[in-house]
Design a protein around this ligand. Structure first.
Ligand code: CA
Ligand code: CA
Ligand code: CA
Ligand code: CA
Length: 206
């Protein structure tokens, strides 16, 4: 008898990743909701192929209209996952269109006329990538392990990652409120550029 373990086709909503999803042809299909973010649980390092461990790549297919801005946001849970993620966006041919390894943002500072000066730039291992679709079509969001930034999205196991672990990928159209910087398990790794001292109106202006 034939084994009855053939994998079902991708379902419109994917609460958890489904291996193998290591190439754009085997990507898990995600149905985006324009009214609320979609969360997907996954893990780098759980590939079914024993030769693919921390070079695991998880690819998710989304459909976008021209002008849609997709926000892709990785969260990892401190103390649970040691994943240092990379997020990439590919077109239907596997061309890499956008990529973020470590998210960074500015805290503090003074905003004058819509421009913020000063403040502290902070960086986390988790990734955040906004992407505006140039045309209607299917795009692919890839999760990999830093420094696996150059893998071929059409070839399984083609890159090299170092860390592994679980993650949550949040996907949203046009809603950047999922950018929960510094709030939820963002694995803050470094801070640089100390904030400017408070404005001192008594300073002598030459
Ligand atoms: Ca995986
Ligand atoms: Ca995978
Ligand atoms: Ca995040
Ligand atoms: Ca990273």
């Amino acid at each position: 008898m034939e084994p009855q373990n053939q994998q079902a086709p991708s379902t419109p909503m994917t609460p958890m990743e489904m291996e193998p999803n290591n190439t754009i042809l085997s990507a898990n299909e995600i149905k985006l909701d324009s009214s609320s973010p979609i969360g997907v649980s996954g893990e780098i390092g759980d590939s079914l192929d024993p030769l693919i461990s921390s070079n695991d790549v998880d690819l998710f297919a989304v459909e976008l209209n021209a002008g849609d801005t997709l926000w892709a946001n990785i969260d990892t849970e401190t103390g649970v996952s040691s994943l240092n993620s990379v997020l990439s966006v590919f077109d239907i041919n596997g061309n890499r269109l956008a990529q973020n390894d470590d998210n960074s943002w500015v805290e503090g500072g003074v905003t004058v006329g819509g421009v913020t000066v000063g403040g502290a730039t902070k960086t986390e291992n988790d990734s955040l990538q906004p992407f505006t679709a140039p045309e209607n079509g299917i795009y692919y969001v890839g999760v990999s392990s830093s420094p696996n930034v150059g893998y071929d999205a059409t070839v399984a196991g083609s890159g090299t990652g170092v860390s592994s672990g679980t993650y949550t990928l949040k996907l949203s159209i046009g809603d950047e409120t999922i950018t929960d910087n510094g709030v939820i398990d963002d694995g803050l790794t470094s801070a640089s550029l100390p904030p400017l001292p408070p404005l001192d109106n008594s300073a002598v202006i030459i």
